[in-house]
Design a binder for this molecule. Structure first.
Ligand SMILES: Nc1ncnc2c1ncn2[C@@H]1O[C@H](COP(=O)(O)OP(=O)(O)O)[C@@H](O)[C@H]1O
Ligand SMILES: Cc1ncc(COP(=O)(O)O)c(N)n1
Length: 272
């Protein structure tokens, strides 16, 4: 008989364009050999040009999805993406405690604090960022903000290694075990440096900056690749290093689709 693979749970929104959200998460989980589980939080109406609107899933349906898969299939690691409202965030936090997922439980938990799409459309009601900070960060093994999210969360504008380091210090104060400050948005550099920090020695992950406009779903794909490695038992620095190599190739193989921004692509993994 075949044995069950490791599992990773995404708690996130749907992207009708298939490049970000749970669709990106499932692509990354699949490409990294883990079985993807889903607790859907919202349905966005979205294409390569942006987000036209979204409807959130009722809170009790969000939490019931988490309980259903955790009680039957087991979760080896989990991540959050778009969470839409403070109400959903509070309910997710309580449910994760009930099913023993989070930084002190042995089941790693990655929080990607998604606030807006790369096209600038809000994916989180305004008051909800505070709930991510207070309810989710203290439960997180790792948080993975991009530079826009860093600015919203800390007020720090990252422009160079010193401000990236200062941001990592400030974010760690919110209570996660590790912080990854992603450097994809520092566009005038020819490298992409992400900074990983747990309060001891900062770890710089450096990759080439690939010249493409098609980076839709990059953050979701990165966080899901990290979650996949954690689900397979890697420690945080190893998981982030593996994911960095993975996302670099996904950005290199990103394709145009629609009139706007195309998605990063994990398809190369299937051909290897
Ligand atoms: N042009 C690029 N070339 C190579 N790697 C990139 C590029 N843009 C982003 N990345 C990497 O993709 C990941 C997601 O990056 P980032 O753009 O910072 O966040 P988000 O997608 O959440 O806005 C990071 O690991 C970052 O270093
Ligand atoms: C449902 C959903 N979740 C997350 C993102 C962020 O992805 P990006 O920053 O690439 O727009 C998105 N656009 N849609």
């Amino acid at each position: 008989m075949n044995t069950a693979p490791r599992t990773a749970l995404t708690i996130a929104g749907s992207d009708s364009g298939g490049g970000a959200g749970v669709q990106a998460d499932l692509r990354a989980f699949f490409a990294n050999g883990v079985h993807g589980l889903v607790a859907l939080t919202a349905v966005t109406v979205q294409n390569s040009l942006g987000v036209q609107g979204f409807t959130e899933i009722p809170v009790d349906v969000v939490t019931a999805q988490i309980k259903a898969v955790a009680s039957d299939m087991g979760v080896h690691a989990a991540k959050t993406g778009m969470l839409a409202t403070a109400e959903i965030i509070q309910a997710v936090a309580k449910t994760l405690d009930e099913v023993h997922i989070g930084r002190d439980t042995g089941t790693p938990f990655v929080v990607d604090p998604v606030a807006a799409s790369m096209t600038g459309h809000a994916l989180l009601r305004e008051e909800a960022l505070e709930a991510i900070r207070t309810e989710l960060f203290p439960r997180a093994t790792l948080i993975t903000p991009n530079l826009d999210e860093v600015r919203l969360l800390t007020g720090i504008t990252v422009t160079d290694p010193a401000t990236q380091r200062a941001a990592a210090e400030a974010l760690l104060e919110f209570g996660s075990r590790w912080v990854l400050v992603k450097g994809g948005h520092m566009r005038d550099t020819d490298t992409c440096v992400d900074l990983l920090y747990d309060g001891t020695e900062p770890i710089e992950l450096t990759g080439a900056r690939i010249n493409t406009e098609n980076t839709h779903g990059g953050g979701d794909t990165m966080a899901s690749a990290i979650t996949s490695s954690l689900a397979k038992g890697a420690d945080v620095p190893t998981a982030v290093a593996e994911a960095k190599r993975f996302i670099e190739r996904c950005v290199a193989e990103a394709y145009p689709l629609g009139a706007g921004v195309g998605p990063v692509s994990p398809f190369w993994r299937l051909a290897d």
